[in-house]
Ligand binder design. Structure first.
Ligand SMILES: [Zn+2]
Length: 205
């Protein structure tokens, strides 16, 4: 996926995950770290957003491992957590958004036809090809995920049923029964009988 999509999906993933880590979903520090984590796996591509900024490193990683190699694997995800927590001693509150953002990148790339070697160094590519990178469908997927995450991050999300009721729509399960139709009128007598009844007295007189 494109760098902008990874930025949005990294932020969305942290909005959904932050409450499980006891953190505020809309705190700028957490969102910023999640976005950084979401851009990190593409350090294996010298022309990516992260690769251009970390060029000596990205050129070496690309030459040794190739794009969507080790940095796009579960091993790298675990390594990222271990390096942050036990290598550099970063507090859990900072490491969590980076790793969640990193995970969001892997899940997003998994949706592209290229797929990922999640079990690197083992062979085998995993993919759920729903969205081609750079296709018009990509911003729609990103917008949908971001909307769901932002809605869930609101402290007091409004009830959609109230808005629907204002425009005359109801979402209650038990629908009101339809009114019974009015009884049918009695059938009219045949026209020929009436004519015979009117002519009969005239003949006698
Ligand atoms: Zn990637």
């Amino acid at each position: 996926m494109m760098a902008g999509s990874h930025v949005a999906l990294g932020a969305a993933a942290w909005m959904l995950a932050a409450p499980h880590f006891g953190q505020d979903a809309l705190r700028p520090l957490g969102l910023g770290l999640a976005v950084a984590g979401a851009l990190l796996p593409d350090v294996d591509h010298p022309k990516s957003w992260a690769g251009r900024r970390l060029r000596p490193v990205s050129t070496v990683v690309a030459a040794v491992f190739g794009h969507r190699g080790v940095t796009h694997s579960l091993l790298a995800l675990v390594g990222c957590w271990a390096a942050l927590r036990y290598g550099t001693g970063v507090p859990r509150a900072w490491a969590a958004p980076v790793v969640v953002g990193y995970l969001s990148h892997l899940l997003a790339d998994l949706l592209t036809p290229g797929g990922l070697r999640l079990a690197w160094p083992l062979r085998g590519t995993w993919a759920l090809p729903l969205c081609r990178s750079g296709s018009p469908f990509e911003p729609l997927v990103v917008a949908l995920v971001l909307s769901v995450a932002a809605w869930s991050a609101l402290p007091d999300p409004p009830d959609p049923r109230a808005a629907l009721q204002r425009v005359g729509l109801r979402l209650e399960r038990g629908a009101e029964p339809l009114p019974r139709p009015p009884p049918a009128p009695p059938p009219a007598p045949p026209a020929r009988q009436n004519w015979a009844a009117q002519r009969a007295p005239g003949r006698g007189g």
